[in-house]
Structures are given as C-alpha cells and as structure tokens.
Write a protein that binds this ligand. Sequence first.
Ligand code: SF4
Length: 364
Amino acid sequence: MKFINEFRDAELGKSLIARIRQRSTKPARLMEFCGSHTVSIAKSGLRQLLPPNITMLSGPGCPVCVTANADLDKAIALAELPDVIITTFGDMMKVPASRSSLQRVKAEGRDIRIVYSTLDAIEIARSNPKRPVIFIGVGFETTAPTVAASVLQAQQQGINNYYVLSLHKLCPPVVKALLDSVEVKIDGLICPGHVSAIIGSRPYEFIPRDYGIACVISGFEPLDILQCVDMLVAQVESGQPKVEIAYRRGVKPEGNRIALELMDKVFEVCDGNWRGIGVVPGSGLRLRKEYRRYDAEKNFGIKPGRPLEPKGCICGDVLRAVKTPLDCKLFRKVCNPEHPIGPCMVSSEGTCAAYFQYGEGYGR
Ligand code: SF4
C-alpha cells in the first residue's frame, strides 16, 4: 500500500535500530505523549528492539483516558435529561464514569447515538428540531477545530437545538504540568503527530529551552517512530536539546492556520481537569461568550454528584507515567477489554489496552 509499506519496511527498520544502538551510549528515558504512538510501539514490538539503556514511557495522550470522572459524570447527567439526544464518538460509550457509563444509560433507554463526525451530530439536530442534541466534545487540539466548525455551522444554518459539552484538552500545558511535578524524569519527548499537525512545532519550544528536554514530532508508523527515537538519541547524546519535526509530511512549524483560527474563534482557553493529574491551568477549552447558547453545561442544570474512582484502578498513575499497566493488580486478571475497570483499558488508544492486546510484559 503506497505511503504505508514504505514506513513498515523491515530492512530499513533494522538499519535504523542498528544506528540507534551505535549512537546511544547514555541512559535515555523517552516518553511518547500520544496514545496512537503507544499503540504503534506496542504493536510493532519496538520497546523490545531498542537497546536496554533506552526506556520508553507512555504519557497522558489518550483523550478518552484523561477525561476526568467529574467530566464524564456531566455527560451521563446530560444523557439522563428528558428528551435529550446525546451524540458521541464510539470510544466514549464503554468508559466507566463514577456510577455508570454512556453504554449503560443507553441500555436503560436513553437516546445516545454514535457519530463518526460532528456533521452527523448536526444532521441529527436538524432532523429532530424539537429535541436538544448534545455532542460530547472530547479530544485534543486535533478534534477541537471540527467541533468549532460544527458550532459555526449550527449558527449559520439556524440550528438552535445543537449543543456541545466541551471537554477538550490542550497538550503543551499538561506537558509543562508533568515536567513541573518532577514526578517523572524524562530526557526526550516523542511529540504527538496529529496534535502537531494543528498547532505546529513552536508551542513545544519551552520544553528544550526551560527543561533541557529533547523534542521530536513523530508520525505513527514503526519507521516514523524509530526515526524519531534516533533523532532524540542524537539530541540526548549531543546535549543539545531542541524541537525537530520527523513527521514532515504532516506537520509544519506554524501548524494549520485555518484550524487554529477556527478553534480560536469559537473557544477560549480555560482550566482543564485531567484524570490522575488534576486541574491544569490553561489546558482546557470552553465556548466563548458569543457561543454560550451552544454550551450544554451552561444551558442545562445538571448536578452530577461527587466523582468516584474505580477501586484498585491506577489509570491516573499510568497516565502520569509513574506506573505501567503491569504494576496494576487488576491488569489481565480482572480488567480486560471485555470487562474494563478503567478508561485506559477501554480506549483503543489506552496504554492498558495496548499492553493487553499486544502482550507487553507477557509472562511477567
Ligand atoms: Fe485501570 Fe484496568 Fe489499567 Fe488497572 S489495568 S490501571 S484497572 S484500566
């Protein structure tokens, strides 16, 4: 397959691994921020192919996983309102909130519909003018522009029954929060490819400058990631951290100007609540005052109750990279994709799901 096979070539992979082995003399702890990278690393067995002085850590880059239970409970409370139609991407359905999940409230008779894009949600609103249609907006800078576009579309087309629950998160502020916590020491960051396609490379410049940490933006195929690791190792070995783009076919330094303008027009920055990390200043997005009539939280009186965490689940620690799924007593024994206890086992991008599916640490 054109543009896929080139990035999965075994011989090229072997030569990249040989170069990394040759180049790498110092211990290097590299964190992949993004859940898609976590999956690709596990699926291709890259962790096992790298030299033992390189440690790969998984960060908080799965948007479903980092959505705090306090926010998931808001989605459930909205779903339980009379006449409401909830629209959501499918990966949110099984995520356990404090007392229920969207899947469970759907089974109890609530109207919850899986959509593939916000266009579907708008269409549902148009076809059901007498019922409020709420889109659950979960995701990073990658998703937020499309949600912003849906709000503008609703405004332009006079669709007055469309609402958004904005649980969007911004990546650079949470990286700063993690680095400030000094809980986890890293030497290099595999920066997210999709997010960077929107925001570009410049928002990461504080990381090498203020924290002395190497940064490379990576694509998602095995060779993309090996190339990224090779570039990170080169930076670590030279002691000259900077921001580099390995994913040139998807990312420009300035990002995607149209998407950024859309996002900025509709949303303003607010604090974001991250599972396992807490409230991070400036890491969330809420609808600007001019668009508050589309804001589900502002327009419906909901009282979701006190958030509860699943007993024994260490998703919060996994998302901060201070533990791995192998440290969780429930991993594989009680918690699996058929019976997930925490969100990191539900989402296809979750670290626990990736470890489970691709046998990371099997036999340990
Ligand atoms: Fe939570 Fe399950 Fe992961 Fe353990 S294995 S941290 S219970 S999701």
